[in-house]
Design a binder for this molecule. Structure first.
Ligand code: DCC
Ligand code: NAP
Length: 298
């Protein structure tokens, strides 16, 4: 057979599970941003394995639609939805109160909610910076803090998965706010694994590569289409993008009994895209130009 580059093989189809049936039966899993995109894909895989779910984000209507979808996943336990802005620590505490009353203290927290839009750094207003950093880093911290304090008080173990981005290591031209916030999220994983390990609380990071989905914001979707019209797959070393359920499998593994000795680690699921270098570096195109912006102040 001719040795042509065919890329990484496709994963098994949605509906397959990577762990034994019922792995999460009797466990409560809270997923922020669980009503859209990758958060919903992650919640789906926990549901398939029997978890009781709480999904939390701002838009109640969208959450309710996702709640119904998740409840219909074969094997799913109970599913609750809680409208919440994770930037508000009091509301975060109320969500945990409600989850505890309805289903029990969440055993697993997936910090998936985040905010992002492409922009040259110099164009960002103070409020634009704050919006992204407050949701992505501070909101993640408020959720993590509430989860940690409740488990420490109860003397019970727990597992946290923080969804990150590879520009936490590399920097992210065009995404200075999000890259700085995700670097903070990765740092929390490394710090808290040590602080809370003695009390049975495990915390890991999970980094998606490019995982397009129908809920992607117009800013990201439009930017991608502009930067690489019709050529998403060809720009990945895997010659394909990620399928959202692949990320769901990774999340269910990291929070499972099979990964209890894995903590403080960030797993990258991106077909090696973040390691990509060319033999001869491509010409530098300034971020303003890549994003189609005119001269600064012009
Ligand atoms: C090339 C692609 C490759 C694509 C390559 C793909 C890489 C993807 C890697 C990471 C992928 C992700 O993280 S994807 C996750 C993306 N998902 C989301 O972002 C969903 C949630 N997003 C949001 O809610 C919104 O977009 C936010 C972030 C603006 C937050 O909303 P909010 O809190 O209601 O804030 P809001 O009042 O609207 O705005 C706050 C301030 O931000 C400013 N602001 C809002 N949008 C923008 C904007 N597009 N550009 C500049 N500034 C903006 C506003 O003017 C305001 O500043 P002022 O006027 O008051 O001064
Ligand atoms: N898709 C990718 O290719 C990719 C690549 C790298 C990293 N990631 C990461 O993967 C995660 C999921 O991204 P996605 O692509 O699935 O994006 P998405 O569909 O836009 O999801 C973001 C979710 O966060 C929620 N959210 C935003 N602000 C919130 C707030 N203040 N309080 C509570 N919830 C809030 C949103 O719901 P509401 O607006 O209703 O609140 C939404 O459900 C993020 O952490 C992202 O950084 C994604």
């Amino acid at each position: 057979m001719e040795n042509l580059p065919r890329g990484l093989p496709a994963p098994p189809p949605p509906g397959a599970a990577a762990l034994p049936p019922g792995t999460y039966a009797g466990q409560v899993v809270l997923v922020t941003g669980g009503g859209t995109g990758l958060g919903k894909a992650i919640a789906t895989e926990f549901a398939r394995l029997g978890a009781d779910l709480v999904i939390a984000s701002r838009r109640a209507e969208q959450l309710e639609a996702a709640r119904r979808e998740l409840a219909a996943v074969p094997g799913a336990g109970r599913v609750a939805a809680a409208a919440c802005d994770i930037r508000d620590p009091e509301r975060v505490a109320e969500v945990f109160d409600a989850a505890e009353a309805a289903l029990g203290l969440p055993d697993v927290l997936v910090n998936n909610a985040a905010a992002n839009f492409p922009s040259p750094a110099e164009d960002l207003s103070p409020n634009a910076w704050r919006a992204v950093v407050d949701i992505t880093l501070t909101g993640t911290w408020f959720m993590t803090r509430e989860f940690g304090r409740r488990h420490l008080a109860a003397g019970t173990p727990g597992s946290i998965v923080n969804i990150g981005a590879s520009y936490a290591w590399t920097g992210g031209p065009g995404f200075s706010h999000s890259a700085a916030a995700k670097a903070g999220v990765k740092s929390l994983v490394e710090t808290l694994a040590v602080e809370w390990g003695p009390y049975g609380i495990q915390i890991n990071g999970l980094v998606p590569g490019l995982f397009p989905h129908a809920d992607m914001t117009e800013d990201i979707r439009g930017g991608l289409e502009r930067a690489a019209p019709g050529a998403r797959d060809a720009r990945q070393p895997a010659l394909r993008v990620g399928a959202p359920h692949e990320l769901g499998w990774a999340a269910t593994f990291l929070a499972s009994p099979y990964a209890r000795f894995v903590t403080g680690h960030t797993l990258v699921v991106d077909g090696a895209n973040w390691q990509r270098r060319s033999v001869v570096a491509p010409e530098v195109v300034p971020v303003r130009e890549q994003l189609g912006r005119g001269p600064f102040g012009g």
